[in-house]
Design a protein around this ligand. Sequence first.
Ligand SMILES: Nc1ncnc2c1ncn2[C@@H]1O[C@H](COP(=O)(O)OP(=O)(O)O)[C@@H](O)[C@H]1O
Ligand SMILES: [Mg+2]
Length: 354
Amino acid sequence: MLNLTGLFAIPGSVEKVEPYGNGHINQTYLVTADCGRYILQRINDSIFTDVDGLMHNIHAVTEYLAASDPDPRHVLRIVPARDGGTYIRNDKGCWRLYNFIENSLCLEKVGTAQDFETSAFAFGDFQRRLKQFPASTLTETIARFHDTPDRYRIFREALEKDPLGRAKDVQPEIEFALEREKDAGIMMGMLKKGELPLRVTHNDTKLNNVLLDAETRQPLCVIDLDTVMPGLAGNDFGDSIRFGATTGAEDERDLSKVNFSMPFYEAYARGFLRGCGADLTSAELQTLPMGAKLMTLECGVRFLTDHILGDTYFRIHRENHNLDRCRTQFKLVQDMEGRMDDMLQVISRLSGRI
Ligand SMILES: Nc1ncnc2c1ncn2[C@@H]1O[C@H](COP(=O)(O)OP(=O)(O)O)[C@@H](O)[C@H]1O
Ligand SMILES: [Mg+2]
């Protein structure tokens, strides 16, 4: 193992290093030292190729957050490397060390509407606390991450190549996607025209990226900041609705079990708006339902693209797995399209502003 005390500014000796948590992107270890506990991570540098840019983002954002909230359980803090850097690189990869958030709880799945609302508040509050942070100074750690028109461009390229001849068997899905291509650029277009502000967004707003207080179950700290980037508030909101406001699993084959859940949508909206509602512009509030639809559509298009290209990006565990995933997303898009007015009503009622 690494000589951690030689590499990082740990003011004591390390007793134990063991694998920790259920993350799928980085390799995470719990480090127990006589001076406290830490989280060690090997950064996934095949997904994040610009580790310098990524660590620059995390450092800037966590320093900024810590300046207004000194409680060590409220903000992830980077433990500096002995050479003064924010991470170290060796023959095994890139490594960073964080403070361990003690007495916390990490929920893996959306169980109750209450827990979903709690995570929504945490991400909304994260948005609010970073509202003065100059978003454009952050690096785009994954280029064009939520550039939906660009995702369509890649989809069309995949259709042209059609390397396995799969396109002919998924005509209804292809049509569904293409019929909605005109919507793909709505929010990006508003950003370009200055109608929506560029925000600091988290871009991986899953429940297991919020740590809750083990006793009170209240949100403590937003973690997993690898994808913190400039973006749109509606996209962070929308991605959470996509994965949480549904009655079925992302890869459910029986589509009668996959429905958009209005109660979970409302719970998330309530938490999110409690966190940052007062700081969003009216245009941003108006676009929240559209954000939910576009994030779901974008995700479905990406699954379909990967199915057509032969499953090279999203790992599959059965035949047509990406096609199944695409279908659940498109089912949700269809449900949402029938409820756009209701979805906006909820935002209007909860925010009292639009
Ligand atoms: N600073 C921390 N304190 C306590 N637990 C943490 C901390 N950082 C990460 N974890 C735990 O490790 C898991 C994986 O970390 P995360 O940064 O989310 O990695 P991944 O990008 O692989 O999802 C989290 O879901 C959480 O349970
Ligand atoms: Mg995570």
